[in-house]
Design a protein around this ligand. Structure first.
Ligand code: ZN
Length: 368
């Protein structure tokens, strides 16, 4: 297996195009063609993690937080980030980071947190919107089949478990070609009317250019008329946070003991009511304060997240029990899930790759 194969496996699960636009995810350091025999998984890349990877003779590190986040002007030993990049390069260790794309995918950071905390019937707390585009193209009646097939092969028309999803409306198109035109139907310089079909298909936003290219190459006209519509539909595949149920319900004070020990949290900061029966729980690994209202609207009794500001605790008031369990603490449950996804993919490909997960708590925060 080579680095590019690991990238492909990770991106089938947590595609790069769903990441927050200011994020920097994907291969950060390394050669895509290099062999991979050992992979080490962590949340943060630190000097100690690089030491661990080197001791384990790992060829690749997969981290959740990107080592390279802001644009670099130099890579030198003058700063800690540059020093780590140089060390990785020197040891031939590739670094791949899956950050907000891992937050937003199924079985990603928040769903793993929910599962670790014993939740059942886990769903996204706030499904992502605006990931899809509708393509409407005007095709002469006799060419609808090949154009639709070309678009389908390029990734259009998939809705849940259905492929080849399209809508077709018969109509009449008009055109008048200049002397420079080469019309498939009619003659240049003469106003023509043609029986056409308006063919509509949806596709993920990131596939639009390759689908348009495929559509044009299967289309008989020299100038293809088509429209692209950004859609605001909710995604069924990607979302933020997670919500599920505790079965059987427990009192908040009892359940918080489990939260603390499971997440290896030294402290929990908690506000709001102290329900005797916690049934519905919303979670978001990492900084999830923006999802507070979604947790309240989802009728959650408790919202577990991290990096909560003082005023956000006030905003929560008595609407919901708000728990700040820490950033590293709410995100590390995804690490063994990354390992098992890779193990499964390697065994399907009959590849022998050793996968290790760090046990090191890489949070820089200490409690005194
Ligand atoms: Zn994070």
């Amino acid at each position: 297996m080579i680095v590019a194969d690991v990238e492909q496996i990770m991106e089938q699960w947590a595609p790069r195009w769903i990441a927050w636009e200011k994020d920097n995810v994907g291969l950060q350091v390394g050669n895509r063609k290099a062999r991979v025999r050992k992979i080490h998984i962590c949340l943060d890349v630190t000097e100690e993690i690089i030491d661990e990877a080197r001791r384990a003779k790992a060829d690749m590190i997969i981290s959740h937080h990107p080592l390279i986040f802001r644009p670099l002007t130099s890579v030198t030993t003058a700063d800690p980030g540059g020093t780590m990049i140089l060390r990785l390069a020197e040891y031939g260790i590739a670094l791949y980071s899956a950050h907000t794309n891992l937050d937003f995918t199924r079985e990603g950071v928040s769903m793993s947190l929910g599962r670790t905390l014993g939740l059942k019937n886990i769903k996204f707390l706030a499904p992502l919107r605006g990931l899809m585009t509708k393509i409407a193209v005007f095709v002469p009646s006799g060419s609808v089949g090949p154009v639709m097939e070309a678009m389908t092969q390029a990734g259009a028309g998939i809705i849940g478990n259905y492929s080849h999803c399209s809508f077709q409306i018969n109509g009449r198109g008009t055109f008048l070609g200049s002397e420079l035109s080469n019309p498939t139907i009619g003659t240049a310089g003469v106003l023509e009317t043609a029986e056409e079909v308006r063919l509509e298909m949806i596709c993920p936003r990131f596939r639009v250019s390759s689908i348009v290219e495929a559509m044009k190459s299967a289309h008989p006209y020299d100038e293809v008329a088509y429209d692209l519509y950004p859609l605001d539909n909710e995604s069924t595949e990607f979302g933020m946070g997670a919500i599920g149920e505790l079965d059987p319900p427990q009192s908040l004070s009892r359940w918080l003991k489990t939260v603390r020990s499971t997440l290896r949290a030294e402290t929990l900061r908690v506000s709001g009511p102290n329900p005797s029966q916690v049934r519905r729980v919303a979670v978001c690994g990492g900084s999830g304060s923006d999802l507070l209202q979604a947790a309240v609207d989802g009728a959650a009794d408790v919202f577990v997240t991290a990096d909560v500001r003082y005023h956000t605790f006030h905003d929560a008031g008595n609407q919901i029990a708000l728990v700040d369990a820490g950033h590293w603490e709410t995100e590390h449950p995804v690490l063994p899930v990354i390992a098992s996804k890779l193990e499964q993919a390697c065994s399907e490909r009959k590849e022998r790759v050793v996968i290790t997960v760090t046990n090191r708590k890489t949070s820089p925060i200490q409690v005194h």
